[in-house]
Every structure is written in structure tokens, then in C-alpha cells.
Design a protein around this ligand. Structure first.
Ligand code: GLA
Length: 338
């Protein structure tokens, strides 16, 4: 049957033609084992060192396997959809993503399926409309509760070392509870502090509106104003950025570095801070290997495309504590610094 030209134009305008024709073209290419593998690596906050180090690992995988890598910043849902379309147009067969919003999961997964792209999620796990994790999409990320617990235990150990009176000390927990991995980390940290014996009524949450330094600076600033009697602060948060903003807020309110113990998570976004000639209240971080996450997700995707080996659905990474004392050596060993 001949389709009238005007109808063809209409379908194309609605995006229906490309939507219908692409999966067929892509799957045909896949079954013929494409010689040139091309993958995308999409991240929500390309300005954050964590994601730049993930990209560094993805670059290393591309070098090892000889595939093409397209790195894109996707700060919102519209950018994600545009990125997927440009990957399809450019002949990519799959992508790794840390989504700007986990609730976009069902839409991203549907788009990937429609366009025939293989999809692996990293860091922030997709959630369905009912709030449950989308366990059918391969995911690689932190053992969030465990790493949070290690952060809490490290804070407690340092608090004991300084022998601060409990009655003059409190915890500033910078939270971002709408993101599951963030909530699991801060919950794990708070639980560890409580089980070590820190009084629950001296642990205060400061919800950040945005996951950047200004967001945590503002959140902690409000909390510090509400508790003027506290002389020593323990600071925790879902990542280095959360803790850095809060440490800056304590400085702004006149706290000396020796009266603050901040421990972050990531270990990648605090390198300049730990390198400062004079110590700040930022004591250390739970380092997780961002380059390994970038390398491993890319490798999994490469094998999936090239050999049809489906990746594990849930892979978790662990962390270790870095402080001013050991960070240079550990980060060098991890390949994070030269
Ligand atoms: C989230 C955070 C990042 C980093 C990753 C690690 O995406 O926003 O800073 O901690 O988790 O999984």
C-alpha cells in the first residue's frame, strides 16, 4: 500500500515514523553484531567532580574495548530525552545514566525500549510510579546504608577522640530524603551514631533543597540559627558537597575548625578541601571509587551489546575513610589523582 506523502509528513512530524522504524533498524544492526560499538554516558550533575571521575573511568573502558563514548550532561528530563534521541540518531546501541530525577525512570526506560537502546543505571536507582525501585533495570551504585553507617561510626570515633562534652555537642545531618540512595546513607549514618550511644535528641536534620553547596549551606545555616547553644558540631550528609556546604555555614557563624567534625561521602569532591594548608572542619570522607563505577558500568554495557551477556541487575560498591593523613596515598592508589 502506498502511504500518501502528506500522511508520511504528518507521522514524521508527530515523531511516529522514527519511533516505529528505529527499533527495527537497531535490532537488525544488533543481531548482525555491529562492528562499531557506541555508548552514551549521561550524568545529572556534570559539574560535580564525582561524575567527572566516573567519566574518567568510562573513558578508560572505551580505550580498553575500543568503543566510542559520548558523554552528556542531563540536568533535567528534557535534556535526557534529547540526549537519548541524539544517541539513537548517532547510531549508539546503549547508554549508562545517572538520572536527574529517579521518578523519570519509567519514561526513560520506555524511551530506551522504544528506540532499542540498552540501558544501565548508575548511582541513583530508578523508581516506578508507586515509589518502588525498578529492579528490572540493571543498576550499579553504593551500598548506601553501609557507607552511611561507616560515616556515622567514623564521626563518633572522632568525637570521642576529641572528648567533647555531649551536652555541648550536636549532629547536623544534611538530608535529601526524596532521593533513596541519599536517604539510605543519612539514615545509616544517624542509626550508627545512635547505636554508638549518641543521644537521639541531639541529632538534627537539615533538609537541603538542592544538592549543591549553596543548598547545604542554606539548610545548615537555618539549623545553626535554631540551636545557638551548641559549641561543637558533627556534620554528616549524603555526599561531600552536602557536608562542605554545612562546614562553610559553621565557618560563617564563627565556629573554629577544631569545633567541627564533618565527614562526607564520595571522596572526590573534597580533594581541594583536604589539600588546604590549614585544616578546616571537613575532617574526611568515605571514598567510593567513581572511576571504577564508570569503568564497570561501561564494561557491562559493552559486553551486553557486543556479546549479548546481560549485566547483573544489582551491583554495589563499598567505601573507605580518607582524611588529611591518608588521602593523597589512597587517591593515588585508586587512580583518582596522579
Ligand atoms: C548520588 C550523588 C553523587 C554521588 C553518587 C554516588 O548521585 O548525588 O554525589 O554520591 O550518588 O552513587
Amino acid at each position: 500500500m502506498k502511504i500518501p506523502a502528506l500522511f508520511v509528513l504528518l507521522l514524521a512530524g508527530l515523531g511516529l515514523l522514527s519511533a516505529c522504524s528505529k527499533p527495527a533498524a537497531t535490532s537488525a544492526a544488533t543481531s548482525a553484531a555491529p562492528a562499531a560499538v557506541k555508548i552514551g554516558y549521561l550524568v545529572k550533575q556534570p559539574e560535580e567532580p564525582w561524575f567527572q571521575y566516573e567519566w574518567k573511568g568510562a573513558d578508560a573502558a572505551a580505550k580498553k574495548y575500543g568503543h566510542e563514548l559520548v558523554k552528556l550532561g542531563v540536568q533535567d528530563g528534557e535534556k535526557v530525552m534529547t540526549a537519548i534521541d541524539s544517541l539513537v540518531a548517532g547510531g549508539a546501541q546503549g547508554f549508562v545514566i545517572c538520572t536527574p530525577d529517579v521518578r523519570l525512570g519509567p519514561a526513560i526506560a520506555a524511551r530506551a525500549k522504544l528506540t532499542g537502546l540498552k540501558l544501565i543505571t548508575v548511582d541513583d536507582r530508578f523508581v516506578s510510579a508507586d515509589g518502588s525501585f525498578m529492579t528490572d533495570i540493571p543498576y550499579l551504585g553504593m551500598s548506601a546504608s553501609k557507607i552511611g553507617a561507616a560515616q556515622g561510626s567514623a564521626l563518633y570515633a572522632e568525637f570521642q577522640k576529641r572528648a567533647w562534652p555531649v551536652a555541648e555537642t550536636a549532629v547536623c545531618a544534611v538530608t535529601f530524603e526524596e532521593l533513596d540512595t541519599a536517604r539510605e546513607r543519612t539514615d545509616g549514618s544517624i542509626a550508627a551514631l545512635k547505636s554508638a550511644g549518641f543521644p537521639a535528641d541531639r541529632i538534627f536534620k537539615a533538609p537541603q533543597k538542592t544538592t549543591d553547596v549553596p543548598g547545604s549551606f542554606d539548610a545548615a545555616g537555618i539549623l545553626l540559627t535554631q540551636h545557638p547553644g551548641v559549641k561543637h558540631w558533627l556534620v554528616l550528609g549524603m555526599n561531600d558537597t552536602a557536608v562542605l556546604g554545612a562546614v562553610r555555614a559553621t565557618e560563617g557563624r564563627g565556629f573554629a575548625a577544631e569545633n567541627v567534625i564533618g565527614i562526607g561521602i564520595n571522596g572526590t569532591d573534597c580533594i581541594d578541601e583536604l589539600r588546604k594548608a590549614k585544616p578546616t572542619g571537613f575532617h574526611g570522607s568515605m571514598l567510593v571509587s567513581a572511576p571504577s563505577e564508570g569503568f564497570n558500568t561501561s564494561e557491562m554495557l559493552y559486553h551486553w551489546i557486543k556479546d549479548g551477556t546481560a549485566p547483573a541487575l544489582d551491583t554495589r560498591t563499598t567505601g573507605i575513610l580518607i582524611t588529611r593523613e591518608n588521602f593523597e596515598a589512597v587517591l593515588r592508589k585508586e587512580g583518582i589523582i596522579e
